[in-house]
Design a protein around this ligand. Structure first.
Ligand SMILES: Cc1ncc(COP(=O)(O)O)c(C=O)c1O
Length: 374
């Protein structure tokens, strides 16, 4: 999609292509980020660019721990945190640490497709749990797919691609089910919460942290989206402070950071985010885009669940074949991604982290293709 978008833009002009296919944050990092960056450039600290402990700078891990303590009410310390190269790096070190070759990871459809590649990197395999009409995982079917090889369940809320935020009731049921399945199979099964969109939520809903559901819980996240720093590769892993094996897990994560070649998360970014833990890009800008798009699409007649977070929307394809529908939209220069790529055929994903011109002018294409099928 990325390549195709570039090709089409070169052919017919960038302003005539409405590329809603990418999850690349549109907004610049908060002004405080620039201020802190300028300060580092004007007052260079000695040793700023050197190697450091593989888990990251102590001050950064302390700042992250303090923020998590404030958000969750649990007591985190720097010993529970490993700084990573984004959420992608975080997930890879978690999988490397916990999985043995042949182990399985349960993912909930619709899912972030990279999970399959990350599992494969470490000899693991993803198994998919289907969703209901509200994009909630069918937890009553969890027992059918968990077995003696299951090591991990990945939860992604706010969800890419659906934009739903899982309610506490879903997470609680998940925790209870996993505890039962651990007893049944006599082994630990970890709930890994992949939450790079945690701070991008709307309508005053509060975020439900995973930690209270089970002690075998680990968070993988980043500042790619909440601070608009996707290209800077900065994120972290937080292990539940109540986990009885947390020291061993943190050792594994730290070692994995090193031997997977990440070594440590970027030093400059680690210094900067110390004072940015309570900052975000302007979430209201994303909310306005969500409202505009959702209102226009539903007015046309699309069936689409109003997202509560992230910057994606996942409408139902008006025809069964989502790939065909996406190709029809492409002919109107509207680029989106088929739901099949997220394990949910019959839907398509729109990224609304785009400029105003794209957001406003894509509507006509959505309308024309919809009306072709009515
Ligand atoms: C659900 C999900 N997880 C993980 C990532 C990876 O994020 P990062 O850029 O922090 O590696 C993304 C990026 O789009 C994502 O959507």
């Amino acid at each position: 999609m990325f390549e195709e978008g570039i090709l089409l833009k070169t052919k017919i002009g960038a302003d005539k292509v409405y590329d809603l296919s990418l999850g690349n944050p549109i907004y610049e990092p908060p002004p405080k980020f620039i201020e802190l960056l300028r300060n580092y450039i004007e007052n260079p600290a000695s040793g700023l660019h050197r190697y450091m402990p593989n888990a990251g700078l102590a001050e950064t891990r302390e700042a992250v721990a303090k923020n998590l303590t404030n958000e969750t009410g649990l007591i985190f310390s720097k010993e529970d945190i490993v700084m990573t190269c984004g959420a992608g790096g975080a997930l890879n070190i978690i999988i490397k640490t916990l999985l043995d070759p042949g182990d399985e990871i349960v993912v909930f459809a619709p899912y972030f497709a990279e999970y399959f590649f990350y599992a494969d990197n470490h000899g693991g395999k993803c198994v998919v749990l289907d969703h209901d009409d509200d994009f909630m995982p069918k937890l009553s079917m969890l027992e059918e797919i968990v077995n003696e090889k299951t090591k991990m369940v990945i939860v992604n809320s706010p969800n890419n691609p659906s934009g739903v935020v899982y309610p506490n009731s879903v997470l609680k049921t998940l925790g209870q089910s996993i505890k039962k399945l651990e007893l049944k199979y006599g082994r630990d099964i970890f709930i890994v919460s992949d939450e790079p969109y945690r701070k991008i939520i709307y309508d005053d809903i509060s975020y439900n942290h995973i930690f209270s559901t089970h002690s075998n819980t680990i968070v993988a996240t980043s500042h790619s989206k909440d601070l608009g720093l996707a290209g800077e590769r900065i994120g972290y892993v937080a292990v539940n402070p109540d986990n009885e094996n947390k020291d061993e897990i943190i050792d594994g994560l730290t070692f994995s950071n090193r031997v997977l070649g990440f070594v440590n998360a970027p030093a400059l970014m680690q210094h900067l985010i110390i004072n940015l833990q309570s900052e975000t890009v302007n979430i209201d800008d994303y909310r306005q885009s969500r409202d505009f798009l959702w209102t226009n699409l539903t007015d046309i007649g699309y069936e689409v669940i109003k997202p509560q977070g992230a910057f994606y929307m996942f409408p139902k394809s008006p025809i069964e074949d989502d790939v065909k529908y996406v190709n029809e939209l492409r002919k109107k220069n509207v680029l989106v991604v088929p739901g099949s790529g997220f394990g949910s055929p019959g839907y398509f994903r729109i990224s609304y982290c785009v400029d105003e011109h794209t957001l406003h002018n894509c509507i006509d294409g959505f309308r024309k293709v919809f009306l072709n099928h009515t």
